[in-house]
Design a protein around this ligand. Sequence first.
Ligand code: HEC
Ligand code: HEC
Ligand code: HEC
Ligand code: HEC
Ligand code: HEC
Ligand code: HEC
Ligand code: HEC
Ligand code: HEC
Ligand code: HEC
Length: 411
Amino acid sequence: MRALRRLLFLAGALLLAAAPARAVVDSCVECHRGLDDPRLKAPTAGFPHDIHAERGLTCAACHGGDPADPDPSAMDPEKGFKGAPTRAQIAPLCASCHADAAFMKRYNPRPYVFSMAEWQTSVHAKLAARGDAKVATCTSCHGVHGIRPPKDPASPVFKTNVPRTCAKCHNAGYMKGHPVRTDQFALYSKSVHGVALLEKGDVSAPACNDCHGNHGAAPPGVKDVTMVCGTCHGREAELFEGSRMKAGLDAMGKPGCVTCHGNHGVQHPTDAMLSAAPGGTCAGCHRPGSVAEQGTSAIVASFRGLQGSLSTADSLLQLAEVRGMETAPGRGNLKEAQDALVGVRAGLHSFDPKQIGAVLAEGAGLSRKATGYGREALRDWHNRRLGMVLSLVVILILIGLVVAKIRQIEN
Ligand code: HEC
Ligand code: HEC
Ligand code: HEC
Ligand code: HEC
Ligand code: HEC
Ligand code: HEC
Ligand code: HEC
Ligand code: HEC
Ligand code: HEC
């Protein structure tokens, strides 16, 4: 008896081993792939590249049902089939896995765990809760049935794709009826940041989500703006944080950096910005005769003063160079003075006239030294030229004398 059982077991094992490995057939994919209605067929097209499919999560992971049943009864609600989620059901569906740290750990030891609390701070989620069907939900930004990790260049939230993904909705046509500005992409794509990211592919420049967050999209509060910009512009933010102007702007309820630079349309700052004349960045806030107004005038005047003296020094040195004079020490001073000016463009953000004035004064001193070198070199050149003319005259006179002497001897 025992021998027979063994024999049967062995035969069974042999049969199993000989049978071709059965591919796991997913009835949902198989049947939907063959359907004519594009609405029902389309989900199978991009699905092979979907991160969920790659992790072994199939149609049923989101829609329920029985993928082993080849008949329409696979979609029996009794088998857990939920159908297609409505728009309002999408975020809870995605979050049912993504906000569950224990579940996500099974797929990745260090997973990104989605925070429902953060999501609910976003204007998107708040308006959705009030029944707004036009705000973004998970699939508006990540797509569906072909969801890729954000690091994949084909993902709509890959860094360089983010601005256009947001602009699919943040445009005048889509936002009709919403009381919100729609010029963000137009301004951004022409800003230093947009040009750097979209045209030069410089991923250190911010996309929309670097300033607004991935899932908490809301306009940064007045107080948060300095922090947002400061994540990348640390030096300016640190100086500004400690300035009296920051405290003054807080009291006025005005945000920091964007009051002068704008938010979406940040441009390369020019020296012309630093001006209290109408249209200048420093106009319109300081009371006439106030400490701030006097400080601004002093900063602007010494800034322009240094600029002027740098260009005087540069032209003098150039003239001397054209005339073949040695100017290296003067050039050295000029370089240091120019560095002081560069330093002031960033150091300006302390808005402390004393601190800024000291740097500018040091620059002015160096610039004066360079001018001195230039003048001296030109004076040397004049002296040399005078010397040459004099010696030429002497030589000519000598030649004249010699010629006269020869004529005399011949006579
Ligand atoms: C034998 C073919 C067949 C199988 C197997 C099948 N489906 Fe379907 N599915 C259909 C057809 C046909 C429809 C459209 C019928 C309808 O609207 O009721 C449909 C509709 C759907 C819809 C859309 C429902 C809606 O509310 O619009 C979803 C989602 C879906 N199927 C998912 C699944 C999943 C998940 C499985 C596997 C567990 C599966 N299907 C298995 C044929 C199939
Ligand atoms: C990661 C979750 C997820 C997976 C996996 C998934 N779906 Fe869906 N599916 C959704 C969501 C969310 C919607 C609603 C999309 C919307 O309204 O934009 C949806 C909608 C649908 C619809 C209705 C489409 C329509 O336009 O009305 C069908 C049919 C469907 N899915 C079939 C499938 C099939 C077949 C698979 C497997 C090949 C699959 N889904 C895998 C999340 C998923
Ligand atoms: C307004 C657009 C937007 C919406 C809506 C959105 N996301 Fe995201 N999501 C992003 C961006 C942008 C990233 C990050 C890209 C990056 O890291 O560069 C991201 C990243 C992710 C990641 C991967 C995070 C990582 O770092 O690995 C997951 C998972 C994710 N989102 C899930 C969700 C879920 C779930 C929802 C809905 C509840 C949702 N997202 C809604 C834009 C969005
Ligand atoms: C059944 C559970 C489940 C559901 C429902 C689900 N996901 Fe996922 N998702 C996962 C798992 C598991 C991964 C792989 C995570 C990993 O490898 O870090 C993943 C990966 C992702 C990634 C890539 C994350 C990364 O860090 O690269 C994104 C984006 C994403 N899902 C978005 C969504 C969206 C949007 C929805 C809703 C339409 C959704 N998921 C629904 C389980 C789920
Ligand atoms: C599916 C369309 C859609 C997509 C995609 C989308 N948004 Fe929105 N967003 C909206 C709508 C609608 C509002 C509500 C506007 C209102 O009435 O205030 C909104 C509101 C906002 C707000 C708050 C504006 C305010 O002051 O009320 C911010 C900030 C925002 N979105 C940023 C983003 C960013 C960043 C992205 C891309 C990562 C993005 N959105 C993608 C539709 C979208
Ligand atoms: C460099 C940071 C930065 C970038 C990049 C950025 N934003 Fe903003 N955004 C802000 C700030 C700051 C505000 C708040 C308004 C203010 O106080 O000036 C804002 C406000 C908004 C608002 C509210 C309406 C408004 O215009 O005031 C929306 C909507 C918005 N941004 C969407 C976007 C979209 C879409 C993108 C990408 C195309 C984007 N933002 C890129 C910083 C940024
Ligand atoms: C994610 C990092 C990041 C954030 C956040 C960011 N920036 Fe920038 N910013 C950059 C980079 C990188 C450049 C250089 C772009 C280039 O190469 O032209 C730049 C350039 C600038 C410039 C031009 C500097 C010059 O010398 O031409 C100004 C002004 C500026 N940013 C202001 C801001 C303000 C204001 C904010 C906040 C509203 C901000 N930035 C947020 C990374 C950032
Ligand atoms: C009161 C107006 C004002 C505020 C507030 C302000 N800036 Fe500026 N910023 C300027 C001016 C003016 C310049 C240009 C100086 C020049 O080029 O002569 C400038 C220049 C810059 C530059 C270019 C510096 C360089 O090295 O050329 C960056 C980057 C910058 N600001 C970032 C910021 C950030 C970040 C904040 C907030 C923490 C901020 N700014 C707040 C007025 C301001
Ligand atoms: C949006 C309004 C606004 C703009 C624009 C502005 N400031 Fe101010 N500034 C203030 C406020 C508020 C104070 C705080 C003192 C006060 O209330 O007068 C201040 C203070 C100052 C002070 C005095 C600091 C101290 O130590 O007491 C200086 C200097 C100054 N600003 C320079 C500038 C310069 C330079 C610019 C142009 C690049 C500029 N400000 C643009 C609002 C502004």
